[in-house]
Ligand binder design. Structure first.
Ligand SMILES: Cc1cc2nc3c(=O)[nH]c(=O)nc-3n(C[C@H](O)[C@H](O)[C@H](O)COP(=O)(O)OP(=O)(O)OC[C@H]3O[C@@H](n4cnc5c(N)ncnc54)[C@H](O)[C@@H]3O)c2cc1C
Length: 419
């Protein structure tokens, strides 16, 4: 059986960043990354791919080029974690034991949670930047008018802003190509507001008002009829029935007391998302109640609440903030410092994660609002950038950051443990 001082599950944004930082701090650490994929993706650019302004191939690189020197790559899938015996089992490489474990396998799409979605996904006019952004772009280009519906599920999702970013770009595209007058653009969300942080919500509310985008809160997608191109929403506002508004350009129909049928000519959605099954099945996940299935870590130290030699970060961790790569950039140094201190002194370090996350909200081609925040939806804009621009307003400079600056930073600095 193979044994390592540190085993990292997942060689995505979080796994590679942590491995690179650990090796920079101490090249003698014995580390293995368990990662089945030959390819590594820069997912934040998929929003731009879906809008035809970024090449998908530029979001894909060989994983081999990013496994840090001196780290063993176990090219396999983890299939189980037993925190009582410090063992990770794999699909075909046997068991691997560890002194310390970093859990970072991301999350999985769970389209089966919405009846009809699996059959509809990425076919015809149903698209998602989460699964096939190239198909989204085809759907946008082929759209000739009617209802363009954008929505998101009730589960946690990565990059909570992505379902509305593609809507702003699509609306701008329709406008530029003379079909905006023939289109209803609507955002149906189970959420209560457009964005959690007031400064950014103010800008977004003005955008949806000025650009005649229909905003429909308290709407949870529950069923899709791909053949007839209908989506059904449940109105989830407590103790209130839904009545169809008198001005009803979308043509909503009430099918049950709180169920609304909406016809779509284009549907973009974020599928429901969940922790990978082997995590849900392991004792390291929350077993019952809120957060069930996600890894049970302290929200500041990122150390497991019950197994002190385990840390988790990235999409799989149960943290009350947005699941993004930007969040990982602030989580990784916390894991690294606290883990190294634990190795050296048997006591966890004092590094603390504030819940920082960021959402680069592209609002049209050439414009972006950079929403940065921390726990409790408190704005946390970068002081350096804020000296030069008001990031709560649409800015061309922020668009350039999204399209050129952040991908460069990701591949050359973050994954190398330098940012
Ligand atoms: C459309 C879209 C837009 C986004 N926009 C932004 C944005 O603008 N800004 C931003 O910061 N973030 C954005 N994100 C989110 C960001 O990409 C993720 O939050 C981030 O990549 C999560 O990193 P991770 O390491 O937790 O997971 P991932 O990067 O997904 O990596 C997980 C890794 O684990 C591996 N793995 C899976 N199962 C196993 C297993 N059983 N055993 C071993 N390995 C396994 C996978 O192959 C993968 O390599 C966006 C994401 C999407 C999809």
């Amino acid at each position: 059986m193979k044994h390592y001082q540190i085993v990292i599950i997942g060689g995505g944004t979080a796994g590679i960043t942590v491995a690179a930082q650990l090796k920079l701090k101490d090249k003698n650490l014995q580390i293995a990354i368990i990662e089945p994929s030959e390819k590594h993706y820069y997912q934040p650019a998929w929003t731009l791919v879906g809008a035809g302004t970024f090449d998908f191939d530029d979001t894909e690189r060989d994983e081999a080029d990013y496994i840090p020197k001196g780290v063993d790559w176990i090219k396999d899938k983890a299939t189980g974690v037993n925190p009582h015996t410090n063992t990770v089992s794999t699909a075909s490489s046997g068991d691997v034991t560890y002194d310390y474990l970093v859990v970072a396998p991301g999350l999985v799409m769970a389209p089966e949670l919405i009846p009809g979605l699996k059959e509809a996904m990425d076919k015809g006019v149903v698209c998602s930047n989460y699964t096939d952004p190239k198909h989204t772009w085809e759907v946008l280009k082929n759209f000739k008018g009617g209802n363009a519906i954008f929505t998101q599920p009730t589960t946690p999702i990565k990059c909570g802003g992505a379902p509305q970013k593609i809507m702003y770009l699509a609306e701008d595209y329709f406008r530029k190509h003379g079909i905006r007058d023939k289109a209803n653009v609507a955002f149906y969300t189970p959420g209560t507001i457009i964005f959690g942080v007031p400064d950014f919500a103010k800008t977004l509310n003005k955008i949806i008002h000025d650009r005649n985008i229909l905003f429909k809160p308290f709407m949870a997608p529950v069923k899709i009829d791909a053949k007839n191109q209908d989506i059904y929403f449940k109105y989830i506002k407590p103790e209130e029935d839904y009545s169809i508004p008198s001005d009803n350009p979308i043509g909503e129909e009430l099918t049950e007391s709180k169920e609304i049928k909406v016809h779509f000519d284009l549907l973009h959605l974020a599928p429901p998302q969940a922790a990978p099954k082997f995590i849900q099945d392991s004792d390291i996940s929350i077993q019952e109640g809120p957060g069930k299935g996600w890894v049970d870590v302290d929200i500041h130290s990122l150390q497991h609440k019950r197994f002190s030699n385990i840390f988790a970060l990235g999409d799989v961790a149960h943290l009350p903030t947005a699941k993004t790569g930007a969040a990982i950039r602030k989580q990784a140094p916390v894991v690294v410092e606290n883990l190294l201190k634990l190795i050296k002194t048997h006591e966890v370090g004092h590094a603390s994660y504030s819940g920082y996350s960021s959402c680069p909200l592209v609002t049209r081609y050439g414009r972006m609002v950079l929403a940065e925040f921390k726990y409790d939806n408190v704005r946390d804009s970068d002081p350096m950038i804020s000296k030069f621009v008001d990031t709560s307003k649409e800015q061309y400079s922020m668009w350039l950051l999204k399209k050129y600056g952040l991908p460069f930073m990701y591949w050359n600095l973050m994954l190398r443990g330098k940012a």
